[in-house]
Design a protein around this ligand. Sequence first.
Ligand code: FE2
Length: 280
Amino acid sequence: MAIAGDLHGQWDDHDEAVLRHLQPDALLLVGDLADGDGRLGRRLASLPLPAACILGNHDAGRDASGRTMARMDQALGELHCPWSLRWLDPPGLAVVGGRPGSAGGGFNLSQAVQAHWGPLDLLQSAERITTAALAAPEGRPLVLLAHCGPSGLGSAASDPCGRDWKRPALDWGDLDLREALQRIRRQRPVPLVVFGHMHHRLRSGGARRRLLRDGQGTIFFNAACVPRHGHDVNGRAVRQFSWVDLAADGRVEAVRLCWHDSEGVVRAQDDLLSSEPVAC
Ligand SMILES: [Fe+2]
């Protein structure tokens, strides 16, 4: 399956040409799409392939009333799966969305999120995610899709959810997602958690750790390669997608971060599973 990290408005015909050429089984979008521009939401919702999305903190624009967030939610339609199960069949993949609009930092509900979805506390949020996950068909791969990843992945600025824009560095992951993950894994394995929000390039100029595997075999993948539009060494326009190969039993077999030309050809790539699988 293909994963597009935080778009921040970067989505065009070239991106869609890559998908057309490579035809992934599914596309996952981790939010921060376009600062509340519903036109991109509608465009993504009309893509002719199985897809799922969770909205990010920037998807409210600067509108605390919740109306912009509501428009984005509506524009995406069934693609958007906050606190809910999106069953993609084919390929037979259960995607469960976390809390929408997260800005990380443990558990904080923005005014926009509260206005659109109503107030709830950390445990209620965790329970919603857990209930959705446990409703997924058994024996099929389960992926948790969130805007910010869970807490517990490390407190250094360079960790997958580490705060890098302000000192001291902190674990900036979401506590409700961590709680949900622990509850779900008492009942079934979670092979993959995909998220964005914390960009790969650190404010200090260093690079973020993008992939971790924990002691229970869950792979945590931060897909926030920003910007994801660029040029290769020959000046050719390229677009970034991450690719995850899942076995039928849900085992993650490959995680690659790729840059594609408009024919879909890979012009540069990182094989993250072989280079970054450090246990947390
Ligand atoms: Fe974000």
